[in-house]
Design a protein around this ligand. Structure first.
Ligand code: ZN
Length: 163
C-alpha cells in the first residue's frame, strides 16, 4: 500500500488556479477562483494541522460551486474529505453532511504537508511575488503562510524527502 500523495497548484489564467490532488488511486481537480485568498487559506489550514484543533476547514470558490475541504487529524494521519455545494453564497453555513462527497483519502500528515509545501514553493519559483499578483490579481502571494508551514513541517514531521 502506498502512502504517496501528489498535489499541484497552477495559475491557469487571470484570477484562476487549477488545483490537483491524487493519492495513487483517485485523482481530483478543481478550478479555483480568486474570489477567496485560496492558496493562503489552504496553507493556513495545513499549518492548523500542527495545532490543538483536530479539524480544519476551508472552502474554494468555484463560481458558484463551493468546494469545502475538511481535514481531520487522526494521530499522524490526516483524513481529507472534499465536499461540494451548489452555491457558495448560500452554503457557507451548511453542515458538511449536506455537501456531495467528491474526493476522500487518508494520508500521513507529513505526506500531505510536504506535497502542499512543494506545490506552493513551485508557484513562487515559477512566478515570483510580482508575477503571482499579476496573474491572481486580488491577493498577494502568501509568503508568510508558506514560511510558517515550512517551519512546522521541518520541525514536527520526520520527513526524509528533499526540501
Ligand atoms: Zn517534507
Amino acid at each position: 500500500m502506498t502512502q504517496s500523495l501528489h498535489f499541484s497548484w497552477e495559475l491557469s489564467g487571470s484570477g484562476w488556479a487549477t488545483c490537483r490532488i491524487w493519492d495513487g488511486s483517485t485523482k481530483h481537480r478543481e478550478i479555483v477562483s480568486y474570489c477567496t485568498n485560496a492558496l493562503a487559506d489552504l496553507l493556513e489550514s495545513m499549518a492548523g494541522l500542527y495545532g490543538p484543533h483536530g479539524i480544519q476547514r476551508f472552502s474554494f470558490d468555484l463560481e458558484p460551486v463551493e468546494a469545502r475541504w475538511i481535514l481531520r487529524r487522526r494521530n499522524s494521519d490526516v483524513h481529507i474529505a472534499i465536499r461540494r455545494f451548489p452555491d457558495i453564497w448560500t452554503s457557507s453555513d451548511a453542515p458538511d453532511g449536506k455537501g456531495t462527497l467528491v474526493w476522500t483519502s487518508t494520508r500521513p500528515r507529513t505526506s500531505l504537508a510536504h506535497a502542499v509545501l512543494m506545490a506552493a514553493e513551485k508557484v513562487l519559483r515559477t512566478h515570483g511575488e510580482d508575477g503571482y499578483l499579476q496573474k491572481w490579481r486580488r491577493h498577494v502571494f502568501p509568503t508568510t503562510e508558506l514560511k510558517t508551514l515550512r517551519h512546522l513541517h521541518l520541525a514536527a514531521d520526520d520527513c526524509a524527502l528533499q526540501h
